[in-house]
Write a protein of this length. Structure first.
Length: 570
């Protein structure tokens, strides 16, 4: 993320914590406290201690109406960081603690009362050495799935699952960032916040004339689908008065709607996840939806819950298509992305996909049910979805660069999680199967700077490979990542067991291995402070893994190949 170009919203948040006023608590019981809000401040800064239990906070206005409910891990004996709550007329916070107070001590002695403060702004200066230089990250707080991505009027819009009140999962909102080049992102105001239907879970946006229409899951007691409309290009949304627009009673996990205009069928389609299957709907007006079919029974991997679907047509690269596939209809296939957690090839979350045909009513997979195809063979590539209305008929995707096995524990505090670099998808044939290719989007080439003699914390390494090769990235602390390519076995692997800090989770140290579907002539590595993304330059293999070295990898050793290192401008 370009921390030099945080828009005026961020500029208004910059202060030092020493200039703010303390808030006296109203102690009502062993686990019940109230705080009166200031009429003169913009924010209350709440101190967070991540090891603590959640405190439930009801926010009341002057009429004692509850205007919002949030969950915050208020600090008991130390402060990890502060989070801002924008007051906007709030008069009182009614706070209930959970957990065993006998172990925590007297509630009146909690450090949060000494450290909670009023302020007109909030310090968002980057204090994290692992914050990526050129990957999208939230300005502060927790982020997971990318949501609602679309392109309109020269602007790429990226929404995301966001907790503005802590750097672990909770309080799901839609955050919002925009870009003109898919690389440099500017933080925008919050797009959607929870209401009485529930938290704002994942979903998608479509452009409909001058309007942007967002579909998302309202995650309350049950999961239902809601809609909101923007008339200003996706900056602000008005929730539809007829919400929810889609419900069910037969599954608990019913979420992540993905609508799209189907030009061939002349109608809107929508796909969403329902337990361990995908359900497909149709509509003429985006408001009334008709169930068409379901897909998934006995197909692919079912090791966990199916989530975050996407469904779209792709074209073969003409050079990869045989004579038997020369007609236009045979050069187009539909791809159904299916994110799954757990069940990934190396544990935890991952993105699988299916290739076939779709007629507006039913998706038909061309592979046998037992065949499982993974979009990325790393440990940290999940919730992959594409931008709606991307230019030049491109299918551009981004993913959440983490894994549910340890996402809440990775060694950052001010923020957690980044998105992958953008990738363009295509199709290729290998054997009897059709696979999805993924290459770094062309915008990444514009980031190349001067050639370097040694790797840096933010660089691209291009390696021309021989039949067998070993690539080792290392630093002076003895930390290293080892990658092996074996042309005979047609595999590529990455070993991060000695990559740096791996002790925050038993699931983090691992070796990931991918099939290469033929030979790799050239390998592209994207290094960015806490991540390594590896690509076959032809797109037949991709692998994404987080790393947390105590200092950047500044040495590279290549056996069986030749490396060229490029600075990445940011």
């Amino acid at each position: 993320m370009n921390t030099k170009k945080i828009i005026s919203l961020a500029a208004t948040l910059l202060i030092t914590l020493s200039s703010v006023a303390q808030i006296p608590p109203i102690i009502l019981g062993d686990s019940h406290v109230m705080l009166r809000m200031s009429k003169d401040a913009r924010y209350v800064l709440l101190p967070v201690q991540e090891a603590e239990d959640i405190a439930s906070i009801a926010v009341l206005n002057d009429r004692n109406d509850m205007v919002q409910r949030i969950n915050v891990k208020l600090a008991v004996d130390r402060v990890d960081y502060w989070v801002p709550y924008e007051l906007k007329g709030a008069s009182l916070m009614d706070i209930e603690f959970h957990g065993d107070r006998r172990q925590k001590g007297a509630v009146g002695e909690f450090v949060c009362w000494k450290e909670a403060k009023f302020s007109d702004s909030f310090d968002t200066t980057n204090r994290e050495r692992f914050r990526p230089a050129y990957h999208h990250t939230p300005l502060y707080g927790w982020m997971n799935d990318p949501n609602g991505m679309f392109y309109k009027d020269g602007v790429w819009n990226l929404y995301y699952q966001w907790n503005p009140y802590g750097s672990q999962w909770e309080n799901m909102h839609w955050g919002h960032s925009t870009s003109h080049d898919l690389i440099h992102w500017e933080t925008q105001p919050m797009a959607l916040e929870p209401d009485w239907l529930g938290s704002i879970f994942s979903g998608s946006c479509v452009t409909n004339g001058s309007e942007v229409v967002a579909f998302y899951t309202s995650a309350g007691r049950h999961q239902t689908q809601s809609m909101a409309v923007s008339k200003d290009g996706g900056v602000t949304f008005q929730k539809f008065e007829g919400n929810p627009v889609l419900t069910t009673s037969d599954v608990a996990d019913f979420r992540d709607p993905r609508p799209f205009w189907n030009n061939e069928a002349g109608m809107w389609n929508l796909i969403l996840a329902a337990g361990q299957e995908m359900r497909i709907y149709s509509s003429k007006d985006l408001k009334e939806w008709t169930f068409e079919s379901s897909f998934g029974k006995e197909y692919g991997n079912h090791g966990g819950v199916w989530e975050c679907p996407d469904l779209f047509p792709l074209y073969f690269n003409p050079s990869s298509v045989g004579a038997q596939e020369s007609s236009k209809s045979q050069n187009i296939k539909w791809v159904l992305l299916c994110n799954i957690n757990p069940g990934g090839p190396f544990g935890g979350s991952a993105t699988q996909y299916f290739v076939g045909q779709f007629d507006g009513h039913k998706f038909t997979c061309e592979s046998m049910p037992k065949v499982t195809k993974w979009l990325d063979y790393g440990k940290d590539h999940y919730a992959t979805v594409s931008f709606y209305n991307a230019p030049e008929n491109r299918r551009v995707v981004m993913a959440w660069m983490s894994n549910w096995q340890y996402a809440n524990q990775v060694p950052t505090k001010q923020f957690r999680s980044a998105n992958s670099i953008p990738r363009d998808l295509g199709l290729f044939r290998y054997g009897e199967e059709t696979y999805v290719s993924a290459v770094p989007s062309k915008e990444m080439l514009n980031m190349r700077g001067a050639t370097l003699k040694k790797p840096s914390e933010a660089c691209e390494i291009v390696i021309d490979l021989k039949d067998k090769a070993t690539v080792t990235l290392s630093n002076s602390k003895g930390e290293k990542v080892t990658m092996n390519y074996d042309a005979a076995k047609r595999t590529f692997s990455m070993d991060r067991t000695k990559s740096g800090d791996t002790g925050f989770s038993e699931s983090f140290p691992c070796v990931t291995e991918a099939p290469t579907y033929g030979t790799i002539k050239q390998l592209r590595l994207f290094i960015d402070r806490c991540s390594i993304e590896a690509f076959d330059s032809e797109g037949k293999m991709s692998m994404t893994n987080l790393v947390f070295p105590s200092e950047p990898y500044n040495n590279i050793k290549v056996s069986g190949g030749k490396a060229t290192i490029y600075e990445i401008k940011h």
